[in-house]
Design a protein around this ligand. Sequence first.
Ligand code: PMP
Length: 426
Amino acid sequence: SPQQPLTDLSAAEVAQVHARQTAAYDALRAQGLGLDLTRGKPSTEQLDLSDGLLSLPSTTRDRSGADVRNYGGLQGIAELREIFADLLGIDADRIVAGGSSSLTMMRDVLVDLMLKGAVDGERPWAAEEKVTFVCPVPGYDRHFTLLSWLGIDTVTVPMLEDGPDVDAVARLVADDPSIKGMWLVPTYANPTGSVVTQEVAERLVSMPTAAPDFKILWDNAYALHHLTSAETKSADVLSLAAVAGNPHRPVVFASTSKITYAGAGVAFLAGSPETVAWYLGHLGKGSIGPDKLNQLRHAEFFGSADGVRAHMAEHRRIIAPKFAEVDRVLTERLGGTGVASWTRPEGGYFVSLDVLPGTASRVIELAARAGVALTPAGSAFPDSHDPDDQNIRLAPTFPPLADVTPAMEAVTTCVLLAATEKLTGA
Ligand code: PMP
């Protein structure tokens, strides 16, 4: 049985497992599957939950009487900012409601930092000899490609269950003034599901940094995306930073991409009053106002923070069984084999699977040939380079539940085949 550590087996026994998995793999290929576990997208059934939006707004005036069809209101309409202020635990006047993508806001903030400098900085980052970012890994691929596009160097630290390895982060930032910032997905991180604890958040906002304008890009994309009744609250990073005397260090991002529509939601940015003014000053050079009509229909659709919470419970009802199925198949087929470990996230959109070091790209290649698309090897690391070639990001939300089972069964066959190939030198 593969349920005992493969590394404890004799060479002959490993060869037997290898032969069995080769046969299983050949059978798999013969099935001609066409399954996809690559991107963290909401399923059609999830998108349908928000179709009330399609007949809203019921009026063209916001609460202040402004005509949402017209120019203006750069910070976004107050009623929507208030709902998310409640959910994110941030004052509404420190929140900007913008367009449909928080990733665009992150890019804008980085470009502004490079060209104009930080609100607490001495010069534009682009005027520095070198700019470096701390990247907890595994992490979100688009964060990393954004850095490399801007010529920002990266230094990695391990992402642990309670957030980034904070001792490693503190050591790096204390001495090196080129380290200007770090990425962080604080709640249900992509892809590990890690949740930054209060203690870790406190250390990150209070640690001494050689760069006076060090930034934490606090990408809370999954703040409300619970998979269990625990409904873990994110640390209140802005208040903690203010108390620590570093009020301008965090810039917070969030969006409704995985609450309403991934392509037509509303994105949010938050920070100190100075950070908000800094951001709006730059934004105003390229915009006279956001899509307030979309913002108003979101405010009407939800009605209140509780409306959002009830809506998120509907998402959970749809996607929690898919995550449970991923874990069931992995446990039944790989549990005890010693060649795989994986996360059991309490929220977010991903499961992070670590396979036998040196075999992740082979697993992904085998799966592709069997008709199962997995996120490309290394994509959770800067420059797509996983130094141990062991991490695979699984995204089970988009396929129907009935497809998650065969896709995961195929993945486990590929994991065992790649591991036994390596162990037998095949
Ligand atoms: N941040 C993280 C961590 C994500 O996983 C994603 C979506 N995959 C985004 C940001 C993108 O957010 P948005 O749709 O608001 O641009």
